[in-house]
Design a protein around this ligand. Structure first.
Ligand SMILES: Nc1nc2c([nH]c(=O)n2[C@H]2C[C@H](O)[C@@H](COP(=O)(O)OP(=O)(O)OP(=O)(O)O)O2)c(=O)[nH]1
Length: 142
């Protein structure tokens, strides 16, 4: 069965010198409610992944955004999630708007990239992705 394509954003305070990451707490479905994740969602049929991600960030958080580099995963579709789905993840920055939990989330939080994977109760499949985001952010300004 093909994997459903999900896209997620590692929204940071500064693409060139990232120190903070914006995490979002999910409200649904029940298995993920209360867990933290990267804002994003499903790619529509025929839609480019990057277009889908910018659209999702606008719908979910009410922001205009620019994507940075991709945090590549071990498979072509990015990172395997629970179930028949995989997520590609890009760094992103906010161009306009103040991020609010408009859809799917009840709380947003800026957290230090350093130690991010142990700072919050992430969706389990996200843990290696958060570590890769932290590592990529560190290598960006070393
Ligand atoms: N957005 C996002 N989804 C994730 C992450 N980790 C993870 O396992 N998922 C899962 C949860 C969902 O099963 C799926 C994403 O679907 P979604 O419900 O956010 O997508 P959507 O907003 O387009 O969905 P919908 O309105 O069509 O239901 O991927 C993550 O970090 N971010």
């Amino acid at each position: 069965m093909p994997l459903k394509q999900i896209v997620g954003a590692a929204i940071v305070d500064d693409l060139e010198n990232p120190g903070l990451l914006l995490a979002a707490r999910r409200t649904r479905p029940e298995e993920f409610a209360g867990l933290w994740e990267f804002p994003g969602g499903k790619v529509d049929p025929g839609e480019a992944c990057e277009t889908a991600l910018v659209r999702e960030l606008n719908e979910e958080l009410g922001i205009e955004s620019t994507l940075g580099t991709e945090v590549s995963g071990p498979i072509e579709q990015g990172w395997k999630l629970a179930g028949p789905a995989a997520m590609r993840v890009w760094f992103a920055r906010i161009d306009a708007g103040f991020p609010l939990p408009l859809e799917d989330h009840d709380l947003l939080r800026w957290i230090p990239l350093e130690g991010a994977s142990s700072a919050l109760d992430w969706i389990p499949a996200d843990l290696p992705i958060v570590d890769a985001v932290t590592a990529a952010a560190q290598s960006q300004h070393s």
